[in-house]
Design a protein around this ligand. Sequence first.
Ligand SMILES: [Zn+2]
Ligand SMILES: [Zn+2]
Length: 251
Amino acid sequence: MLASGSSGNCALLATEKTCLLVDAGLSFKELSKRLAAIGEEPGRIDAIVITHEHSDHISGLARFTRKVPVPVYLTRLTAPSIDWENATPRIESFQAGTSFAIGDIEIDSFTIPHDAIDPVGFCFRAQGVKVGLVTDLGYIPDSIKFHLRGSHVLMLESNHDLEMLKVGPYPWAVKQRVMSRNGHLANDVVGDFVRHEFDSSTATLILGHLSEHNNHPEIVRLVAQQALDRRGLATKLVIAGQKEATEVFQF
Ligand SMILES: [Zn+2]
Ligand SMILES: [Zn+2]
């Protein structure tokens, strides 16, 4: 995870043959810096896959594709909502819920409940490794739990602490939006998921998209770790943040 949070999201997935960005919510300069820190560079990217059109996921997209002309994969309904600033890149649109491949990475897309035009989560598969990535969702429908099963690495949103959100600085309408079935996942919902339905064979659980004002990494860690401990799981727990990239997970 190069960045995760309400002011910028971007992940890198790579095999020896194929290098993908998932979302492009970092400036070109910041993205270049974070790629350099892990021995990568913008020119190595083969394609960008987009989850939805909210600015924290696409703010760096138009500029990146002007500098590095890579194809952008996004859903058929999301595509027209992006402002390309007069330099539309190669668009590869897909129907939400379908599967496709980029190089040697196979990608399953699935619809997620969130207040965007046509938001999706993804599972990526290559060389027997499966990575699930889903953020920006108001709740976790059974269909998504099914998709995420068998992930070796699972990146999931743990957006807010419900009590902090309630007493926090947001206007009431925004609080209602965040808490709604099309908003964002609360820490406790993630805790319940880990306690009851999380796949025990998942080796690494990354929690991210933390609210800057209504959450704290230590609360996220505590809630998830208690749930893992309750099940006696030794899953590696990583909290992804806004200011720096996580470690690189290699298989
Ligand atoms: Zn977001
Ligand atoms: Zn969003």
